[in-house]
Each structure stands twice: as C-alpha cells, then as structure tokens.
Design a protein around this ligand. Sequence first.
Ligand code: PEP
Ligand code: MN
Length: 341
Amino acid sequence: MIVVMNPRSSRDHVDQVVQLLDDMGVNSHVIPGDTRSVVELLEVSRRFDRARLELAPMVDQVLDKPAPLLAADRAAGSADTGTREVPLGPRAVIGGRKLGIIAGPCSVENEARLLETATAVADCGAAALRGGVFKPRTSPYSFQGLEESGLEMLAKAREKTGLAIVTEVMCCLHVERVGPYADVLQVGSRNMHCTPLLKTVGEQEKPVLLKRGWSATLDEYLLAAEYIINAGNPNVILCERGIRAHEDYVRNTLALAVVPEVKRISSLPIVVDPSHGTGRAHLVPPMSKAAIACGADGLLIEVHPNPEQAWSDGSQTLNLDQFRELMTNLKPLAETCGREL
Ligand code: PEP
Ligand code: MN
C-alpha cells in the first residue's frame, strides 16, 4: 500500500504521515519525488486504520497497489497544460499547442526515394522524418534494414530539409551507432519490455519515442516510460500504435481511449501511429482525425512515393498526394481542437 502526498505538501506533512503510521504500528519509508512524495507501507498491523490515514493533512490518495507513475506524474508537466514539452530536433517541440507530425517510410530504402519523401513531408508541415534502418521484422527472410548506409541517407535528408530524424534502436548496441544521426531514438513495440534498452536510452540525452507494446496494459506502458525517466532522461514521447485483439480486418486495434487517459494521469506527450495501428492505408486519414480530436500531441504516419513498391509495410503507407491531402484536411480540425498544424 502507498500514500501519495499532495504536490504542495511539506516535509512536515510527510513526517506527520510517518508518525501516524508509526502510532498505528506500521513501518513505512518515504520515497521523495521531484513533484510529490510517496510513503510506502512496509506491512499493515491490526491497529492500522485506513480512514485516519486518508484524512491526514496533504494526503492525496491511499492506494492498494504501487502507483505506476512517480516520474511521469501529471504534476511534472507544464503549469498550463500539464504536458511536458519534448524537443523534436532543434526546431520543434512536441506537447505544446502545435501538433508534431512525424512522417516518412517504414524503412529507408535508397537516397532518392528518401529525399523525395522528406522534401514532400517537410513541405506539408511535418516536423520530423521517420525511417527505419534497423527493422524488427517477423520473418528473418524479410528485409532487415540498411543499417549504417541508411543512417547516412537520413543525415542527408536532415541536411536538405531541416527535418528532425526519428529512427528505431532495437538493442543497446544500436544506441551509440544511431546517436550521431538521430534526433529522437525510437523504441519499438516489440522492445517496450526490454528494460536494459530502456535504461540505456535513459542514460543518453536524445529524446525517446516509446511505442506501446502491443500486449502492454497502460500501467505497464507507463512504467516502461518511468524506466527511461529514472535513468536520467525526462524527454519521453509516448506513441499509441495499436494493440493485439481478436479483430482481423485491421493489423492492430488502435486504442485511442489511451490518449485522454494518458493526458489525465501523466505529463508525457503522446502521439498516435494510425499506420501500424490499422495496417490499412484507407483507415489512416479517419484515425488520424480521431487521434487529434481525442487530444493527441501529434501523429506518426508512414509515407512513401510509391507504397505498392515499398520494401516494408506498403499496405498501411500513404503516398505523397494522400499525405498532402490529409495534412490539408487536418488543419481546420486541429484549430477546432485548440491546436495548430
Ligand atoms: C515502426 O514504427 O517502424 C515499427 C516497427 O513499429 P512498431 O514497433 O509499432 O511495430
Ligand atoms: Mn512499418
């Protein structure tokens, strides 16, 4: 059981709670936090009276299970919105009024195609170019990514367009290799549970785009973010990319209710990936609109000049015209929702 103190509580209030617990024969220990402290009960005696504890000054909540959020608590966000603004490269942030659009191919394939895509998405107002060079593929016989040569292409695209670069790291060894080329390190759905990787990306300075594991509960997802923050990196961007359910007309089921729930309880910005979240290009525009309507801070969208010929995930990828049309249509919606595109 834990006692969550009010963010305005002082050390005296915390000491009073510890004393009250002591009077009830309960040992406890204090976990100080940046924004609020938590008192953990080590065992509960017969003299324990929960109601008295709940009524103690500056006690916000008494919870039966450990609170998932200490580092990413809503109180850690900006005073205006409760959301932390995370840099998306040197020129943009995600989590403020302006929506952050991350667009580009599933995999980096060659320089010409990447530059064509980068130029087009930049013209449409995207802030970042995505593109995998280490690809987590289900089959070992599928294209695995261009690795270093793909990183060089991403660097050229950044130079030409000014877009921030978002690319995936699949293991701790990739972090150092990708560091000089990427502005944001992506941890994919398959690796959300890989705690050594979470700690490693937490020990470096680049922001981290953490995709939700397709079978992870919201608590498990937010605890994965806590690993990164506790290792020293507060710049985590969440990404809802769909979960596995029984439906088979979509690749994944896009769990959009997570967006307002994350906003309610945490300070982290969250983007939505309707490409992996549906697996079908025609569902990407409507689900992008739904994502913005329910409060997402941005979108991650797969875009390719010729999706039919893409080396991975072509069926969920928009072509350049479709992306342009989507961005045009999203503008008035963003304004209606108090955001800017
Ligand atoms: C991706 O964004 O390239 C990707 C592999 O997505 P996910 O980890 O969500 O499957
Ligand atoms: Mn993909």
